[in-house]
Design a protein. Structure first.
Lengths: 351, 392
């Protein structure tokens, strides 16, 4: 038992954070927001220069073969900069192929995804028409779905890889409240697909990766919202004092920190539980997703309130954090949904 | 980063679990599961001595002083197994977790030899004298005076909220030893025998009808000149160092008590149908999540190696658990419904859950109120400007 980062993990955290703080600037983020919500050159250098897109891929498949703790470290740093990157879908897709793909699928897709030559996304469908090698369906609310080259569609217990470039796939990118991760509707009309041989394993891997990544991202959002507000509170003078010296203000910042510390425990508990195959891993994921998303929202909302008027403007970055936090709350199940899962578990009703 | 335990640590778990479970099933079954610190006090003292006889009373201390020099992981394991076995609340927790570590950290070799064996053996029970009627949140506003008279300190004044003073043997007292000094300066940290004519202990009846706390009056109370820890006037530094020990491994044992309370709420909710209410289910889930996060927060806080750095998990821990437990008390009453309003017998005495509801109101007050905690988090954790001091 040693619940702190190893030296290597500290190094990864410092490296990825330094890279994103320098590269994922507000200016570049806003340029991406005006387009399809994806900074392609940032993604290219994340993959090529940083080499951290292969965290979930074993070394023999061209990755760096690291665990969920490292996955969370990267997602946390990405959240802190609200970077317009396809990290969520990428991490989910890569781990799904590793867990449930054939040798051929791994050979074909992993190196292309890890090098950033193609962008991945993950979609979920309730209904589909399966004609052997072709598939028809509509999948809503696909993060970065309009920008992706390869999309994994998950249905019940089956999962398919879809090359998005074929004419049988249409994608409609929506004007989305969080412009750093726009949602798309993906329609397949007798599209060519390749099914992953172990659908349930692929779907489970995508799901745990997605929930952990969102939780860690939320932690990064919350911490950055706090840090920026603290900095502002020391500079901004009203009534002849820095506003951060007023108790009404300080106490709200303190409440943010109390939640953030718990969110940090939640993220890295869940990450370790997954890495160590702990029996509580799902409990930890439900806890982390619900707690961290709500913490991010609380902190981003406070960021606006505590900045006063400037926090309500388009020019200030507060709304980027606020909108990202809101979208994390909804993605992959609401807080109430995940807490109900926890309740069923602790009340001994779990299926 | 790793949460699991090694094979050797799991073997240690088996060893302490077997010992604890045997005692709780047999020789000490009559005090199994008692959480408060007032019931069956003589048997509880015997239990402290039984722990000591098998070197389980203070496993984190060095072997020289009756401990096992246990690693952090072993202390975590022992705290978990202690609670899992239903072993009772430690009546000497102030001695083992506060007085002992303070003496180990700041005491002279003579003081270690004089005090540590009694604490380790469970034969001397300790309480703490910090708060005063005018030194609550403003803890440094101490009025109790100490003056050196020949080879003795003479103490006059009053302490309040001295828990367990009515059956303790020793008290540590922070007193003002420099005439005219103010605030944290000029204080001295003394260790005094309670059983003497100059000390009077008066229990305070509290919200739940019980009396766990006391007022302690000092009228020319005395202790030998060498009873101070540190140097005269240096008492605040010692006292603050001691408060840091309050956030040690003992927090994990405390959490196991919380686990029992939440489990009881879950049991009642399933039995009386409250568990079918979706809003109650959400609150049970929140309670479960909060308790888990408390555990992993404590493990983060204990795992770090640089103990001097300001640590967010440690700084926010008090307000976190206190608020969690207060909310748990409110959830308990909502789960119980009207049955929670009725005492079981003829006396004003409460079962676990109604008592939790009443008692937990003090959690957000003692040891620094939630409001003081927020000030400290903001000032020490976030570096915000300090609260201006008044001079009234």
């Amino acid at each position: 038992m040693d619940f702190v980062f190893t030296d290597e993990q500290v190094m990864i955290a410092d490296t990825v954070s330094a890279f994103l703080v320098e590269s994922a600037t507000s200016e570049r983020t806003r340029a991406a927001m005006a387009a399809d919500g994806l900074d392609r050159s940032l993604w290219a250098s994340f993959c090529e220069d940083l080499g951290l897109a292969g965290i979930g891929v074993p070394e023999e498949s061209g990755g760096v073969g690291l665990g969920m703790v490292e996955q969370a470290i990267v997602a946390e740093a990405a959240g802190a900069t609200v970077a317009p990157l396809p990290l969520l879908g990428h991490a989910m897709l890569v781990r799904a192929i590793v867990a449930g793909g054939s040798h051929e699928q791994k050979d074909t897709w992993l190196s292309r995804l890890v090098s950033g030559r193609i962008v991945g996304a993950v979609a979920r469908a309730e209904h589909w028409q399966d004609k052997g090698s072709s598939l028809s369906l509509v999948a809503d609310f696909v993060p970065h779905g309009a920008s992706a080259d390869l999309i994994m569609v998950c249905g019940e217990a089956r999962a398919w890889l879809v090359d998005a470039a074929q004419p049988q796939v249409t994608r409609i990118g929506h004007v989305t409240m969080d412009q750093t991760r726009p949602l798309a509707t993906v329609t397949l009309t007798e599209a060519r697909v390749e099914e992953l041989p172990d659908g349930p394993a692929a779907i489970a891997a995508a799901e745990v990766t997605g929930l952990l990544s969102l939780s860690a991202e939320a932690l990064g959002v919350a911490q950055e919202a706090l840090d920026r507000t603290v900095a502002y509170s020391k500079e901004r003078i009203q009534f002849g004092r820095p506003i951060g010296s007023f108790q009404a203000y300080k106490h709200r910042l303190a409440d943010m920190m109390v939640l953030i510390e718990q969110a940090r425990s939640a993220v890295y508990w869940a990450a370790c539980a997954l890495d160590e195959n702990d029996a509580d891993a799902w409990l930890a994921l439900h806890a982390a997703k619900s707690f961290c998303a709500d913490t991010a929202f609380m902190c981003a909302a406070n960021m606006i309130q505590l900045h006063g008027g400037i926090g309500f403007t388009w020019e200030h970055d507060a709304h980027l954090f606020f909108k990202r936090a809101r979208s994390i709350q909804t993605l992959m199940g609401s807080g109430n949904h995940h807490r109900e899962k926890v309740a069923a578990m602790v009340l001994g009703e779990a299926a | 980063m790793k949460l699991g335990f090694s094979l050797a640590e799991e073997a240690f778990r088996d060893e302490c679990a077997a010992w604890l479970q045997d005692r709780m099933a047999n020789a000490f079954a009559d005090i199994r599961g008692i959480a408060n610190l007032t019931e069956k006090i003589e048997r509880r003292k015997e239990w402290e001595q039984e722990l000591a006889a098998h070197r389980w009373s203070c496993i984190g201390w060095p072997e020289q002083w009756g401990g096992r020099g246990a690693s952090l992981a072993e202390q975590v394991i022992f705290a978990e197994e202690y609670a899992r076995a239903g072993a009772p609340g430690r009546v000497n927790h102030i001695g083992v977790e506060l007085a002992g570590p303070t003496i180990l950290a700041f005491g002279t070799e003579e003081q270690k030899a004089k005090f540590l064996p009694g604490i380790a053996a469970g034969t001397s029970i300790w309480c703490q004298g910090y708060s005063e009627p005018n030194a609550g949140s403003d803890l440094a506003n101490v009025r109790t005076k100490a003056r050196l008279e020949g080879d003795q300190w003479v103490v006059n004044g009053q302490k309040v909220w001295t828990s367990l003073a009515h059956y303790s043997d020793w008290i540590f007292v922070v007193a003002r030893s420099e005439e005219g000094s103010k605030g944290p300066k000029g204080l001295t940290f003394l260790m005094m025998k309670l059983d003497q004519p100059g000390i009077d202990v008066v229990p305070i009846r509290q919200i739940n009808g019980e009396a766990e706390f006391n007022e302690t009056f000092f009228a020319d109370a005395r202790c030998p000149a060498d009873s101070l820890i540190g140097t005269p006037g240096d008492g605040w530094r010692v006292a603050m160092g001691l408060l840091a020990f309050e956030r040690g491994v003992s927090t994990l044992g405390q959490q196991m008590g919380f686990r029992n309370e939440l489990d009881e709420i879950i049991r009642v909710a399933r039995e009386n149908g409250a568990a079918r209410d979706p809003l109650i289910r959400q609150r049970i889930a929140k309670a479960e999540i909060g308790l888990r996060l408390m555990r992993y927060g404590a493990l983060r806080m204990l795992s770090r190696t640089d103990l001097s750095a300001i640590d967010g998990a440690a700084l926010t821990y008090k307000i976190q658990w206190a608020t969690w437990r207060r909310d748990l008390g409110e959830l308990a009453m909502d789960v119980l419904g009207q049955a929670g309003e009725i005492a079981e017998g003829d006396a004003y005495e409460w079962g676990m859950l109604p008592n939790l509801f009443l008692y937990s109101r003090c959690d957000t007050i003692y040891g620094g109120t939630n409001q003081i905690q927020r000030n400290q988090i903001a000032e020490r954790g976030l570096g915000l400007p300090r609260e201006p001091r008044g001079d009234v």
